[in-house]
Design a protein around this ligand. Structure first.
Ligand SMILES: Cc1cc2nc3c(=O)[nH]c(=O)nc-3n(C[C@H](O)[C@H](O)[C@H](O)COP(=O)(O)OP(=O)(O)OC[C@H]3O[C@@H](n4cnc5c(N)ncnc54)[C@H](O)[C@@H]3O)c2cc1C
Ligand SMILES: NC(=O)c1ccc[n+]([C@@H]2O[C@H](COP(=O)([O-])OP(=O)(O)OC[C@H]3O[C@@H](n4cnc5c(N)ncnc54)[C@H](OP(=O)(O)O)[C@@H]3O)[C@@H](O)[C@H]2O)c1
Length: 384
């Protein structure tokens, strides 16, 4: 029994949870496909706190599984080793146990060994450590199936093939609900990863599993991933500022449900951004209701593609510079969730700029101020 989740279920022993709702949040005209999912935790004893994530063991696309089986000249019924070493059918392990999209080093080594001169391009790149960047560039957007299609005559035994594959890892999703509002359930906000490379449509494993294959109350193995670094302030009267563009809004939906249920009176300020107001304003009616109810004291929106110049959450923060600084001086906690590659860095830069501008201090002193916020656990990030 885990003391954190109060349940026998964990990453090592995930709970087969019933998926109950898959609702598209993105409008018909959106370039994205972001969805709201609901999963039942009934019977699991699993408990979570707002700020936690849900770990999910998704399965691979059965059509891709079948294509690989055909390329191997197999039937799928052959017995091979599963990722825990137990014997299973080839189809079962390709579906649930192994990574069948991104090629592993072992798979590339097997291609080189089997294909000889026909794979000399990839052999040259893998042999020379100084060409690591070129190798990464070469592999970007290339999947296991591409190598099988390029070298269709190679002979593989099913066991030899699966031995080259890495274990399929669970994906994490920020929990978008509070148990004070939804009870034995968990809500998620998932952006579907779809793209095209080398003339082929590609699908992110877990996000397209959720988008395309969660009908009929399918069971999904899940566990709670606790995030002690991403907690609401203990005192519900403390003000919070939340910056969550895109799916980054997910934990803040949970925070708002929690703060509404607690009724502690603390002010809540959300910065949300997406591409277009008409098609990408995730949870629009919920957020506007929270605004009307006064739970959200401030709701600032940045729709990046509704005008010729890009307009992002950090630009909205700049417009509210003085008030953000006043909130920080009054003890507010500052949260950021979503894209870690660019957004979180730019928001951090703007936060430093706000402190410099509003306090009249030097950039070095602003850095110290922000560092103090971090040390006091008042500046918290959950980025990916
Ligand atoms: C703590 C945490 C919380 C998270 N919360 C959320 C959340 O609330 N909502 C959410 O949607 N996600 C969230 N994520 C991200 C999520 O875990 C997955 O990483 C995401 O859904 C993609 O997983 P996937 O299995 O669908 O894609 P994968 O099968 O893992 O494929 C993604 C990979 O595809 C490749 N790729 C992507 N685009 C391209 C392209 N254009 N060209 C070539 N290759 C490309 C990249 O290598 C990328 O890493 C979170 C991550 C963490 C760590
Ligand atoms: N590992 C993975 O496979 C995976 C899968 C899915 C998502 N992710 C990550 O999760 C992030 C979230 O994806 P999402 O679909 O929820 O939303 P997103 O891509 O972060 O987009 C949300 C909004 O943020 C804007 N934005 C882009 N760059 C920004 C910046 N530097 N500063 C502030 N805002 C910026 C976007 O504008 P524009 O688009 O108009 O520029 C859009 O309006 C992705 O960016 C990605 O890093 C990773």
């Amino acid at each position: 029994m885990s003391s954190e989740t109060g349940s026998i279920y964990s990453r090592k022993n995930p709970f087969p949870a019933k998926h109950s709702l898959n609702r598209r949040l993105s409008g018909a005209a959106s370039e994205k496909d972001t969805r709201h999912h609901e999963i039942s935790l009934e019977g699991s004893g699993l408990a979570y706190e707002v700020g936690d994530s849900l770990g999910v063991f998704a399965s691979n696309d059965p059509l891709l599984v079948q294509e690989i089986i055909s390329m191997l000249g197999a039937t799928g019924e052959e017995t091979v080793s599963g990722n825990e070493g137990s014997p299973k059918s080839l189809r079962e392990v390709l579906w649930k146990d192994y990574v069948i999209t991104t090629p592993s080093k072992e798979f590339l080594a097997a291609i080189i060994a089997k294909a000889g001169d026909a794979a000399e391009d990839i052999a040259a790149l893998t042999a020379d450590l100084s060409r690591k960047k070129e190798l990464e560039h070469y592999l970007w957007g290339r999947e296991v199936i591409d190598f099988l299609l390029t070298h269709p005559k190679l002979q593989w035994t099913p066991e030899e093939f699966v031995k080259c594959l890495r274990k399929l890892q669970p994906r994490l999703y920020s929990i978008a609900s509070s148990q004070k509002a939804v009870g034995e359930a968990v809500h998620l906000t998932i952006a579907t990863v779809r793209y095209e490379t080398f003339g082929r449509k590609r699908n992110g494993v877990a996000s397209t599993f959720f988008a395309d294959r969660t009908g009929g109350g399918v069971r999904v193995p899940v566990f709670v991933h606790t995030a002690k670094h991403f907690r609401l302030p203990e005192d519900p009267a403390t003000p919070v500022i939340m910056v969550g563009p895109g799916t980054g809004v997910a934990p803040f939906r949970a925070f708002l449900q929690e703060r509404k249920a607690l009724g502690g009176g603390g002010k809540n300020w959300l910065f949300f951004g997406e591409q277009r107001r008409d098609s990408d304003y995730l949870y629009q009616s919920e957020l506007e209701t929270l605004r009307q109810e006064g739970i959200l004291s401030h709701l600032d929106l940045a729709f990046s593609r509704d005008q010729p110049e890009k307009f992002y959450v950090q630009h909205k923060m700049r417009e509210a510079s003085a008030e953000i600084f006043a909130w920080l001086q009054a003890g507010a906690h500052f949260f950021v969730c979503g894209d870690g590659a660019r957004m979180a860095k730019d928001v951090d830069t703007e936060l430093h700029a706000i402190v410099t501008r509003e306090s009249g201090c030097s950039p070095e002193q602003a850095a110290e101020y922000v560092e103090t916020l971090k040390k006091a656990k008042r500046y918290k990030k959950d980025v990916y």
